[in-house]
Design a protein around this ligand. Structure first.
Ligand SMILES: Cc1cc2nc3c(=O)[nH]c(=O)nc-3n(C[C@H](O)[C@H](O)[C@H](O)COP(=O)(O)O)c2cc1C
Length: 181
């Protein structure tokens, strides 16, 4: 059985929520799946057969620890069947909700030395009341620019959970072909 590691880097917990959904779906399918934050010091990624990394966008970028992790574990990531997904609010828009059309994912794939076998993108959530004063204002400005909700009481999940489940199913199939060959 494949041991699957689902890593996340999450600011306000939404990427973690997506990873938990993926983990639950994999476990349902009989996959040995483990979820952990990227900075878990007890983690030994080499012990896993498949590695998937999820990270959210903050102010136009995946945060520095995401790039540092990829740099540090690049060889391992290239040796294992692997996946990456990004969570951001631009992905709520039709036409920007696939790895081929989402600007953050396109830039990531173009620049990143690691080429994951599976790439996904999911729309995140918007919960103004949970953000710090500064973050709330940054996001309201981004929403204003992109014609999204600016009402500070907005609490909305844009994530397409069926799409997340399909991504989980694709993870379950990762590496199966090479193993069968
Ligand atoms: C401070 C801040 C900055 C953000 N910047 C962007 C951005 O530049 N582009 C975007 O599409 N989404 C942006 N988002 C939206 C997040 O990517 C989205 O809310 C996601 O669900 C956050 O997931 P997390 O809780 O796992 O960090 C931002 C969110 C916050 C709180």
């Amino acid at each position: 059985m494949h041991k699957t590691l689902l890593l996340y880097h999450s600011g306000y917990g939404h990427t973690r929520k997506i990873v938990e959904r993926i983990r639950a779906r994999l476990v349902e399918k009989g996959v040995d799946a483990h979820a952990a934050p990227l900075d878990d010091e007890n983690l030994e990624p080499a012990e896993y057969d498949r590695i998937v990394l999820g990270a959210s966008i903050r102010n136009g970028k995946h945060k520095q620890p995401v790039h540092a992790f990829i740099e540090r574990h690049r060889q391992l990531l290239e040796q294992r069947p692997s996946g990456f997904f990004s969570v951001n609010l631009v992905a709520r828009k039709p036409g920007k909700n696939t790895p081929e059309t989402n600007p953050y994912v396109k830039a990531f794939i173009e620049k990143c030395p690691w080429k994951p076998d599976l790439v996904g993108v999911f729309a995140g959530n918007l919960d103004y009341q949970r953000y710090s004063f500064m973050d709330r204002n940054i996001i309201r400005f981004i929403m204003w620019l992109t014609r999204g909700p600016t009402d500070p009481q907005t609490n909305r999940e844009f994530t397409d959970w069926d799409e997340v489940d399909r991504f989980a199913d694709a993870i379950a199939g990762l590496g199966e072909r090479s193993r069968a060959a």
